[in-house]
Design a protein around this ligand. Structure first.
Ligand SMILES: [Zn+2]
Length: 172
């Protein structure tokens, strides 16, 4: 609930709450062979905390894929999302528009924009993100772990590019 409140404002979740959630998740048995973190760490401080955390499990960060998309495209993609009130079906103005604006194709219920899908919130979130993340990109680039992927391509191409460069998991 605390996290939802923060996200609805367009802010980022504070480090201690995030790290506790990540550590709890990485302790689960399905992470023994490795894990892919999406959106964490976001700052060099979090990156150092992550390394400390991984040491406890005898692990390390192997690779850091960085999917690059122009800021204007990000706002366009993220702010076009509409959610159905009844079942949470998701539409996108650009990539997956409903047949009739404001109405769910599947069950005919009303579509609304979640607070964190609104343009102003999205713009603010991206701005905060870019500002905080720039030093992190440099941090991992210096370590030789950063893998830059062009995100301004079709989803299938981005997926293929990612799979081509990600380290293969070790076989048990
Ligand atoms: Zn629906």
């Amino acid at each position: 609930m605390l996290v939802k409140e923060i996200l609805d404002r367009g802010d980022l979740v504070p480090d201690d709450a995030t790290q506790a959630m990540i550590e709890h998740r990485l302790e689960q048995p399905d992470c023994k062979a490795g894990a892919l973190l999406d959106g964490f760490p976001r700052t060099p401080t979090q990156a150092v905390a992550l390394e400390e955390m991984l040491k406890k499990f005898g692990g390390q960060v192997d690779a850091v894929p960085y999917i690059q998309v122009p800021e204007a495209d990000l706002v366009e993609r993220l702010s076009g999302r509409w959610t159905c009130r009844a079942e949470g079906h998701i539409f996108n103005e650009k990539s997956n528009p409903p047949k009739q604006a404001g109405t769910c194709d599947i069950d005919g219920s009303e579509l609304y924009q979640r607070e964190d899908d609104r343009r102003e919130t999205v713009q603010r979130r991206i701005h905060v993100y870019m500002e905080q993340t720039a030093p992190l990109v440099e941090y991992y680039r210096e370590q030789g772990k950063l893998i830059e992927i062009n995100g301004d391509q079709p989803i299938d191409t981005v997926t293929a590019d990612l799979l081509a460069v990600l380290p293969k998991p070790e076989q048990p």
